[in-house]
Write a protein that binds this ligand. Structure first.
Ligand code: TRP
Length: 452
């Protein structure tokens, strides 16, 4: 008999799950990563491929992850072990859970460093240094922060401590309340930024950049990165959404929840793009700025709008909170496994996992300054982790999830868990998860082999 609850706790309602999963999905991926990768790969065509990936790959795989999590009700490793056993499949499927935990570990190590930037920027906003700032000034502030290893270390440490604090108490308590206020507030501020972008006179140029596809600008690497961005932004492919699904009550609809979560996540990314690119063009900046893009562009806008000090402080605080609700979902699978298999207390498990991530994060932040001349495949350590996790590890994880959910799990099991009836919706999901998503992911990954 399958478990109906998890030993790690349960969401109090379906709404709580949607809030928590959206809290995981909406984060730096939308506001920091989406604009900068879209800018690296030429805009419109990248965005189009990204949207296609969200629909044809992301949503079906999100449903699969929630479904597997809820059927297994344990950390991704033990969920995969249990389900493989129950379905008479090879025990090696649990390796997928291991890979997910490793991927979450690697992502959080650099994610925390970038989240540190948002905190540093909140403080700078409040102190008024952005008022009346120009391009050179904004570049200088960013350069000074990134070049200062000690400062980065301090913020990285604070962010990891915040993640450890929440996860140690259990994700189901407290998270719900914070996300309920956070998401609407972040949304409102983004709308305000789009309104400001509208007033710059370059709105049309920015919107054209984002939505008019120019396929000449899109390389194989661009397609790979658009797919990777979809996985990263939706928190898919490493078991974060799987473990959140394991805390979901059995009677809640998985299909509808997935559509809401993916819809919100995509909306936030598009709003961020619509805010950032017009401001960028209005100030004569280039879209190919790399990971510093939003941190260089936004202060110029905030510094020149009425109420900018208040709005920019609020904006970076909210972004940091959004990163926080994402960071905890990266830590949770690891912690749940330590509790299940090493019989650690939750607090001890979280501190241990958090400290390991923190150590690796130090290598990430040093790669921005002291070690900036050390490159692997032409990238610094932080950039390399960012590229490898989003574009390779998450898609491989997603591919395995799709194969397991579509081919290894019996039809009866998925039909029962998704509870969508036997009609069109279920059949559409099944075609997507068995054929479309795995073929698309495999095709894009295969084409990317030439990049190495
Ligand atoms: N989706 C989050 C963001 O956009 C980051 C994140 C949280 C994530 N959990 C994840 C990415 C799991 C990949 C896998 O900021």
């Amino acid at each position: 008999m399958a478990a109906t609850t998890s030993i790690h706790g349960m969401w109090t309602s379906r709404m709580a799950f949607i809030l928590a999963a959206s809290g995981s999905a909406v984060g730096l991926g939308n506001v920091w990563r989406f604009p900068y990768t879209a800018g690296e790969y030429g805009g419109g065509a990248f965005v189009l491929v990204y949207l296609l990936c969200v629909g044809a790959i992301g949503i079906p795989i999100m449903m699969a992850e929630i479904m597997l999590g809820r059927r297994g009700r344990q950390s991704p490793i033990n969920t995969m072990r249990t389900l493989a056993q129950r379905e008479g499949r090879h025990p090696a499927w649990q390796l997928m859970g291991w890979m997910g935990i490793l991927t979450g570990f690697l992502i959080l190590s650099f994610y925390s460093v970038i989240a540190g930037w948002t905190m540093a920027y909140a403080v700078r906003s409040a102190s008024g240094v952005f008022v009346g700032i120009d391009r050179a000034g904004s570049d200088a502030i960013f350069g000074a922060l990134v070049g200062d290893a000690e400062r980065l270390l301090a913020w990285h440490t604070i962010f990891m401590a915040l993640c450890v604090f929440v996860v140690a108490r259990g994700v189901a308590s407290g998270l719900e309340k914070s996300v309920r206020f956070l998401m609407p507030a972040l949304f409102l501020l983004l709308v305000l930024m789009v309104a400001y972008a509208f007033s710059t006179g370059s709105f049309a140029e920015g919107a054209r950049y984002l939505f008019a596809p120019d396929f000449d600008a899109l390389s194989a690497e661009g397609v790979l990165s658009a797919m990777g961005q979809a996985f990263f932004s939706l928190s898919l492919g490493m078991g974060a959404i799987m473990i959140y699904g394991s805390y979901l009550r059995s009677d809640a609809s998985i299909g509808a929840s997935s559509l809401i979560i993916a819809g919100m996540d995509t909306l936030v990314a598009i709003l961020a793009g619509l805010a950032i690119f017009p401001i960028l063009f209005a100030n004569g900046m280039q879209p190919e700025q790399g990971p510093g893009l939003v941190f260089k562009v936004l202060p110029i806008a905030f510094g020149n709008m009425p109420g900018g000090v208040l709005f920019s402080t609020l904006f970076f605080v909210l972004l940091m909170l959004a990163a926080w609700t994402s960071g905890i979902s990266l830590l949770e699978p690891m912690v749940a496994w330590l509790v299940e298999n090493r019989s650690f207390s939750r607090v001890r498990a979280t501190v241990l996992a958090g400290m390991s991530v923190w150590l690796l994060g130090i290598a990430c932040l040093l790669s921005l300054n002291q070690w900036s001349d050390v490159t692997i495949f032409g990238k610094g350590f932080l950039d390399l982790l960012d590229f490898l996790t989003a574009n390779i590890l998450l898609p491989v994880g997603g591919l395995l999830i799709a194969i397991f959910a579509g081919w290894m799990l019996s039809r009866a099991a998925s039909a029962d868990e998704l509870a969508m009836g036997k009609g069109f919706a279920y059949r559409a999901w099944r075609v997507l998860i068995r054929y479309v998503s795995p073929a698309a992911v495999a095709f894009v990954l295969f084409h990317a082999i030439g990049l190495f």
